[in-house]
Write a protein that binds this ligand. Sequence first.
Ligand code: RIB
Length: 316
Amino acid sequence: MSGRVCVVGSFMMDLVANAPRRPFPGETLMGTGFATFLGGKGFNQAVASARAGATTALVGRRGGDEFGTMFHAALRAEGVHPGTVLVDDAVGTGVGLPVVEPDGQNSIIVVPRANLLVDIAQIEGSRQAIAESDVLLLQLELPVSTAVAAAQIARESGVLVVLNPAPSAVLPDSLLECVDILVPNQVELFDLINGPAASPADAAEILHARWGTDLVVTLGGDGVLVLSSTLGTHSFPAHQVVPVDTLGAGDVFCGNLGAELADGKDLLSAVARANAAAALAVTRPGGAVAAPRRAELDAFLSHGRLRSVNPSTASS
Ligand code: RIB
């Protein structure tokens, strides 16, 4: 692997509750388990990218508190370059509050805290790290203005820009015009079209027709859908695994996608590998910590790779 990935993204200490279901308003519900994980979409994607074999840098902001110190140690342990992470002593490290249900599905509240202090000056100060990478990975847990600034630097420098539009937000034209590949999940896809669609496939068609950006839609148990102006439409079935925790699966997907693209792989090969990495990740708890290392993923794939299906050529 020779690729370089720069992630501009968040740190969130995940305080995870396992519960039979999400509580209703006014209800107190007994949970069945609790765990803490180092998370945040930026951190998760950076770790997944590094474990996939890419040289990985992370631009972000953490607190000077105990959570922040744990992130610092973890970045070093995972081989993610922490040189562009700033520390804020007044505002605490971001926190995530996921609820994981028995089928592994999750829903999350994030309180970004120090993540919201990432500003244009920090992005400018990270210009070299962004410009020297092959792929820039972005999400939306930092101020959108910083994603725009990072994407513009990448675009000027010929760096491929991959945006995971999570959590959902209105995407300004100044961001969209710099994005090469958009990677929403189903919820984010429907938020982005902001109108009716009969199915995720229809919603993806609408979005692709509207913006022309290559789309990679992650659909959990329904696999992955790719709509590309140059490669056409392709559907990747989900690998058959028993999910215990889907937390961060999309991040593992994005980190592996970025690493493969940075290594020069074509989009469909990169998606196939990212799809397998996410499948492995949902078989164990946590986000970043569940990301497979390259050798493990190689072994998983050698047991039988699932190929993509082009709906226009597939027989019924
Ligand atoms: O995508 C999963 C991540 O989203 C969690 O780690 C949580 O912190 C939120 O950022």
